[in-house]
Design a protein around this ligand. Structure first.
Ligand code: UDP
Length: 141
């Protein structure tokens, strides 16, 4: 299986509830390595660029408001099949539909405050990582 990097965000609802450590443990205990990590506050402008693909969706305004409502932890995770593996560990977008063992089932408050973001393809992983990180900030073996 290929070793892949993916962009993860621990969203404001989870940071506000002191869940950074426990969510990092979910990743690390399931074989993903944290190879870059920083805490930032995303502005509304940055959020609308990051989520541009969702600009016509009815939940867009709420989405950019939520992601910029407080500090987030942006991180690069790496592992075998890392993009899909992270999506599995996150669980379904709506925590009501997420499997019991996943981050969203255990910690998300609702579909709009669902604790984590993860890239959904190789192309989005590449774009999303470079949106937040320069090469020098990422550990490369
Ligand atoms: N979202 C929302 N309402 C919806 C669908 C999505 O607030 O009805 C938010 C939710 O926080 C989700 C984000 O928009 O994580 C991006 O949606 P996507 O379908 O890409 O889900 P994800 O890839 O995060 O599982």
């Amino acid at each position: 299986m290929p070793i892949q990097k993916t962009l993860s965000i621990i969203k404001p609802d989870a940071v506000a509830r002191n869940l950074i450590g426990i969510i990092n443990h979910e990743f690390e205990s399931r074989g993903l390595k944290i190879i870059a990590q920083k805490m930032i506050k995303i502005s509304i402008e940055q959020a609308s660029m990051f989520y541009y693909i969702h600009k016509d969706r009815p939940f867009f305004n709420e989405l950019i408001h939520n992601i910029s409502s407080g500090p987030v932890v942006v991180q690069v995770l790496e592992g075998e099949n890392g993009i899909l593996k992270n999506r599995e560990i996150m669980g379904a977008t709506d925590p009501k539909n997420a499997e019991d063992w996943t981050i969203r089932a255990k910690y998300a408050k609702s579909i709009d405050e669902n604790s984590v973001h993860g890239s959904d393809s190789e192309e989005s992983a590449k774009n999303e990582i470079s949106f937040f990180f320069s090469d020098i900030e990422i550990y490369n073996r």
